[in-house]
Design a binder for this molecule. Structure first.
Ligand code: HEM
Length: 395
């Protein structure tokens, strides 16, 4: 009855967009293989689902985790997994720290961190983008914002990778390793929070420790959950945005040349990459009762995946959607979601991507990919190259 979309097939991993176009044409809902979840592929249906948080709950992130993980105390629940009213209260604590104004104050330090990483590339003719810049920078940024000492940055990265992996379809992290990371994470942050409780330092952790919801401080677990949200939400996604921008630009050399001529086009470029090759391909929701989508009834307790990457290429909202065009009107793209769960880190992610792209595009000439084929990761949740070797003259 539904069109099927096998998100693990090599063709899909290489180039998912023809698959999305096929399911969009054939019916509003599709069956995602191999896990049988229901995909929502058309723009207006995705928007409707995301606006209806009463009938489409974010508990899906918890329930869709592999069964053997569910009973284990491996991960604190995150903001992303919460529903109202708790969600709104915890989100309110974090919103201020990620407002565009506060984020903008961090730009000089971000430039410094970027320059330090770029300095390691000086004189190179070939470099791998992810390991040199796109992976370390977002992790350094979150670590700095949280006030984590440089001696634990490698651990911080491992915890972040393990948590992100545990959430993905086809997770590979061993349960024991995940538990170990969680324990280390609890222990480390537990101690840091104690320190901040005794002596606030003006960093994000101090703010969280002293914040109150309905006159009550957050419990240690809730604080850990807030920190996990930032770890998991902010790292892989920002890496992917920058890497996807470079894949797309090297596929469109005339637009690459235009942006290198005029760096003021970078924000428009970022928005079009977010539409055309978004980091998060799907979100998770769970129906709380029987609900109709495009005249089809979905029973309660069904896991539904709003397919952001498909919606972003729906011609009913974006004319000529398969064309990458940095001059198009990108308003309404869904790369950061919508409504109450709209990405908390959107302003930060946009700034990080802009600063990284400014540094790269202003200091390189004759930028090209070393390999024609892109080594895409097999994750359906986050689309990103696993590695991306670039050739350039770097000044
Ligand atoms: C939520 C995408 C960067 C923190 C979301 C959602 C999307 C998203 C689509 C909505 C999830 C849903 O509705 O189920 C992205 C992309 C990013 C990015 C594409 C980079 C390009 C960041 C950064 C941070 C962050 C840098 C933090 C430092 C969060 C948090 C949530 C969230 C905490 C949950 C918000 C809530 O449930 O209220 N993100 N994100 N994200 N994002 Fe991001």
């Amino acid at each position: 009855m539904f069109a099927e979309l096998d998100v693990t097939s090599p063709e899909f991993i290489r180039h998912p967009y023809p698959g999305y176009a096929r399911v969009r044409r054939s019916s509003p809902l599709c069956r995602i293989q191999p896990n049988q979840f229901l995909g929502v592929s058309r723009y207006h249906d995705v928007v409707r689902v995301l606006h209806d948080s009463k009938r489409f709950s974010n508990s899906a992130y918890t329930t869709s985790r592999p069964a053997q993980r569910q009973g284990l105390d491996t991960m604190p629940p995150m903001l992303l997994e919460m529903d109202p009213p708790r969600h709104g209260k915890v989100r309110a604590l974090l919103v201020h720290a990620f407002s565009p104004r506060i984020v903008a104050e961090f730009e000089p330090r971000l430039r410094q961190l970027t320059d330090e990483l770029m300095a390691t590339l000086h004189g190179a003719q070939e470099f791998e983008l992810l390991s040199t810049l796109a992976v370390p920078l977002p992790i350094l940024v979150i670590a700095e914002l949280l006030g984590i000492g440089s001696e634990r940055r490698d651990d911080f990265r491992r915890w972040s990778d393990d948590f992100a992996d545990a959430l993905s379809i086809g997770a590979t992290v061993e349960t024991e390793q995940l538990q170990r990371s969680t324990q280390e994470f609890y222990h480390y942050f537990g101690e840091r929070m104690e320190e901040r409780r005794r002596e606030p330092r003006g960093d994000l952790l101090s703010l969280l420790v002293h914040a109150e919801v309905d006159g009550e401080r957050l419990s240690a677990r809730e604080l850990l959950s807030a920190v996990t949200s930032l770890l998991v939400g902010g790292n892989e996604t920002t890496t992917s945005l920058v890497a996807n921008a470079l894949v797309t630009l090297t596929d469109h050399p005339e637009q690459l040349a235009e942006v290198q001529e005029n760096l003021a086009l970078i924000p428009a470029l970022i928005e079009e990459v977010l539409r055309f090759e978004p980091p998060a391909h799907c979100l998770f929701r769970q129906t709380t009762r029987d609900v109709e989508v495009a005249e089809m009834v979905i029973p309660g307790d069904t896991i539904v995946l709003p397919l952001l990457a498909s919606a972003n290429r729906d011609a009913s909202h974006f004319p000529d959607p398969e064309r990458f065009d940095i001059h198009r009107d990108t308003r309404g793209h869904l790369a950061f979601g919508l409504n109450i769960h709209f990405c908390l880190g959107a302003a930060l992610a946009r700034m990080e991507a802009r600063v990284m792209l400014e540094a790269l595009l202003s200091r390189t000439k004759n930028l090209k990919r070393a390999e024609r084929e892109v080594a895409w990761s097999s994750s359906f949740l986050i689309r990103s190259p696993r590695r991306l070797v670039l050739r350039a003259q770097i000044g």
